[in-house]
Write a protein that binds this ligand. Structure first.
Ligand SMILES: [Zn+2]
Length: 403
């Protein structure tokens, strides 16, 4: 059984599904061909299992395993794309069987034991890494493999259950994963994402997020006769960036603290532009931060006599609200864990997930661990035993939903 899960995972890793933020922003969906190839491959596998599938213009593969009608419909979701932070295509996975905890040498890449103490938990187990030249793609092909394995086991699971739905999305990493969603097809009001990290960690809270696009117009004149005339967009941009509190930056905060982060600064005397990412766990906190950014823009206008536009848009909202409105989402999760004697720990996500986008549809979507570590890096690793425990939890939730 464990071997089936591993073989599925290795199969999906062989697809080049790195997503492209650039193509995604230009409206291409999925943003890379490999993603569609994998989605169609999954569809073929599900069709061969005799499972009902739907793959429409939304480019989200949906599947429904019919049950006996007892209990409630629950859904699960994973994404097929991988990040573009490091090379992500041409992945050559390495399976380390009967693992003896030690530094893992993958060419120039070394996964150090002292930086990865969780490796100690899997002594004697099976660790999967990349060759060291690319990321592995456990984020989120581990989730995909867990859900596909779950779908294949359901018909012979031996307990009655209601319909179970599975969703496989493109472009999660680009932030465009749920630009469209087959809401007309779904019957679930709880859809768990299986896109987490270390074993035992559950996430049901994430940031509220906004981005401020700042555009500054100065006045460029000959520097020799600039006195009282020139208005320097570089100076105004530098003032704005340095006015963001350093103690509230991503590199200075953790836990439940929010932040401001400036990025993509391009500046000349005539004009400057940059973005400010704004994050906060409370929505009122996000609004306060947006006001702060506007106040800094206003100050730059007065001090540097430049034109400043601060165009702010909200990117996603904390999924906590949707989870609180459907307490059964966490209820089923924790009862399942208890019956499996599995200890869970809840942590806030310092980012967003597709779950945050689902919250906008009123769907609760806590995020379940896959067992993956060091995401978006060449040091990414996962233990097969952790994937199996994630699969047991998913099966346990389906069982709880049947009660
Ligand atoms: Zn992910």
């Amino acid at each position: 059984m464990r071997e089936d899960l591993l073989q599925r995972f290795l199969d999906y890793l062989s697809y080049d599904t790195m997503s492209s933020p650039c193509n995604a922003s230009a409206g291409m969906r999925p943003s890379s061909d490999g993603q569609e190839k994998l989605l169609l491959h999954l569809k073929d596998c599900l069709d061969a299992m005799g499972i009902e599938t739907y793959y429409g213009d939304e480019k989200v593969l949906a599947a429904r395993v019919k049950g006996s009608g007892d209990g409630r419909t629950v859904g699960f979701m994973a994404h097929v794309d991988t990040a573009d932070d490091v090379p992500g295509n041409g992945v050559r996975p390495v399976v380390h069987r009967s693992f003896v905890p030690a530094d893992i040498h993958l060419g120039d890449t070394v996964i150090k034991l002292d930086e990865n103490p969780d490796l100690l938990k899997y002594s004697g187990g099976t660790i999967i890494t990349s060759s060291g030249d690319t990321l592995l793609g456990a984020d989120d092909k581990a989730g995909v493999a867990i859900l596909m394995e779950c779908a294949s086991r359901l018909p012979s699971c031996g307990f009655p259950h209601a319909d179970v739905e599975f969703y496989f999305t493109p472009d999660e990493e680009t932030g465009h994963g749920l630009d469209s969603f087959p809401g007309h097809w779904t019957a679930s009001d709880v859809i768990y994402t299986v896109d987490g990290e270390e074993e035992g960690i559950i996430e049901s809270e994430c940031f509220n997020a906004a981005v401020a696009n700042i555009a500054i117009k100065g006045n460029a004149v000959h520097l020799g006769s600039a006195r009282g005339v020139m208005r320097n967009a570089v100076a105004a941009a530098a003032f704005m960036v340095s006015s963001l509190p350093g103690s509230e930056s991503p590199e200075a905060t953790d836990g439940r603290y929010g932040y401001y982060a400036a990025d993509n600064l391009k500046a000349s005397i005539a004009e400057a532009s940059f973005e400010i990412y704004i994050r906060d766990f409370s929505y009122s906190g996000l609004e306060r931060r947006i006001e702060t950014v506007r106040a800094i823009a206003e100050a730059a206008r007065h001090i540097y006599r430049v034109e400043v536009e601060a165009d702010v848009s909200v990117q996603y909202r904390n999924m906590k609200g949707a989870t609180e409105r459907r307490p059964e989402a966490l209820g089923m999760l924790y009862s399942a864990a208890e019956k499996l004697s599995m200890r869970l720990e809840s942590r806030p996500i310092r980012g967003g997930t597709d779950g945050a986008a689902l919250a906008a549809f009123g769907i609760a979507s806590p995020n379940i661990f896959t067992g993956a570590h060091n995401l978006h890096s060449k040091k990414e690793w996962i233990a097969l035993e952790a994937m199996e425990s994630s699969l047991s939890l998913v099966m346990g939730i389906i069982r709880e939903a049947a009660r």
